[in-house]
Design a protein around this ligand. Structure first.
Ligand code: HEC
Length: 100
């Protein structure tokens, strides 16, 4: 029992110190439900023209809006384990994605 507690205590810091998750994987898992063309209001991944005015608001504003929810977008954009850094990486990925 004590051994297990020790193992957990040693492993948890590793998990929380984990590097940012892959933005494409997170996008496909959570954001693609709306940001791949299903919801006309949601700027699509790769649609640079749609992303430009949004990006112009500043990355912090965008991260806060995903975290708290914005209009038709639910809080956290349905990604419950995304950090602020993850959102930043996904937003960057969505706005730059070249192949759409
Ligand atoms: C249930 C649908 C839905 C999901 C899931 C969703 N979004 Fe959105 N998102 C929207 C809609 C709709 C808008 C457009 C809101 C508007 O401007 O009317 C939007 C807008 C945004 C914006 C722009 C906000 C602004 O200030 O212009 C960002 C950034 C964003 N989403 C990121 C994400 C990320 C990252 C994820 C995944 C972690 C995600 N969204 C998941 C529906 C969704």
């Amino acid at each position: 029992m004590t051994k297990w507690l020790l193992v957990v205590g040693v492993l948890i810091p590793f998990f929380s110190a984990q590097a940012t998750q892959d933005p494409e994987v997170l996008y496909n898992r959570s954001c693609a439900a709306c940001h791949a063309g299903q919801l006309p209001q949601a700027p699509q991944a790769g649609d640079r023209a749609a992303w430009e005015p949004r990006l112009a608001q500043g990355m912090e504003v965008l991260v806060v809006r995903v975290t708290q929810g914005f209009k038709a977008m639910p809080p956290r954009g349905l990604c419950m384990d995304c950090s602020a850094e993850d959102y930043q990486a996904i937003i960057h990925w969505m706005s730059q994605r070249p192949d759409t």
